[in-house]
Design a protein around this ligand. Structure first.
Ligand code: OGA
Ligand code: MN
Length: 221
């Protein structure tokens, strides 16, 4: 199952992982909306999935909150990680965050069932600083970014299982982001069928909210 996404998107080779409304937006956000396909090895992806599954399985999927941003989901905040997962999270930290950024802790884990989706939203500036980095597990999906003032400006990110996306700066503050529902899950003209997807999301703390100097939160149990 876990290999399906990689196989599917190999068919799209040549398209890359980021599409945009126009080349100006693409070049402006080149360093602010970034996808690293294959950031995780298959083994690392399996390690995270195996570790998260028991904690997620204890919860029920939530639906029908008409005003909620997320539908068909369950979530958890995880503070206790195995050595192997800690090493993965350190790689995320090194790839996505600057040395002066403090991370929100515990780490947010979101499980979308195959019909689940995330409506357009901008993460609250009360809880989240300038950088959001997410690992995608199990199913490919499409994240769409739309400028909140000029909706003709948009980006699509193709998130394969094992990929890491990073939103920072303008991509994080001036654009909403969403995960498209199965019926609308297209990367350009390429259909990206949605299955169950788990994401592991690291966020920086709002500036000024962290300790005076960067401090590594305790990832071990
Ligand atoms: C969120 C969100 C994206 C993801 O939880 O605010 O946008 O990758 N999640 O699951
Ligand atoms: Mn969000």
């Amino acid at each position: 199952m876990a290999g399906t996404g990689r196989l599917a998107t190999r068919l799209f080779s040549g398209c890359g992982w980021v599409r945009g409304s126009d080349s100006a937006v693409l070049s402006r956000l080149r360093d602010e909306a970034v996808v690293h396909p294959g950031f995780l090895s298959q083994e690392e992806e399996d390690t995270l999935t195996r570790e998260l599954e028991p904690q997620l399985r204890r919860r029920r999927y939530e639906y029908d909150h008409w005003d909620a941003a997320i539908h068909g989901f369950r979530e958890t905040e995880k503070s206790c990680w195995s050595d192997a997962s800690q090493a993965i999270l350190q790689r995320v930290r090194a790839a996505a965050f600057g040395p002066d950024q403090t991370l929100l802790f515990p780490v947010h884990v979101l499980d979308l069932e195959h019909r689940g989706y995330i409506k357009p939203h901008v993460d609250s500036v009360k809880f989240c600083g300038s950088t959001i980095a997410g690992l995608s597990l199990l199913s490919p999906s499409v994240m769409k970014l739309v400028h909140t003032q000029e909706p003709e400006q948009w980006l699509e990110l193709l998130l394969e299982p094992g990929s890491l996306y990073i939103l920072r700066g303008s991509a994080r503050y001036d654009f909403s982001h969403e995960i498209l529902r199965d019926e609308e899950s297209f990367f350009g003209e390429h259909r990206v069928p949605r299955g169950r997807r788990i994401s592991v999301i690291c966020r920086s703390l709002p500036e000024g909210m962290g300790p005076g100097r960067p401090e590594e939160p305790p990832l071990a149990c």
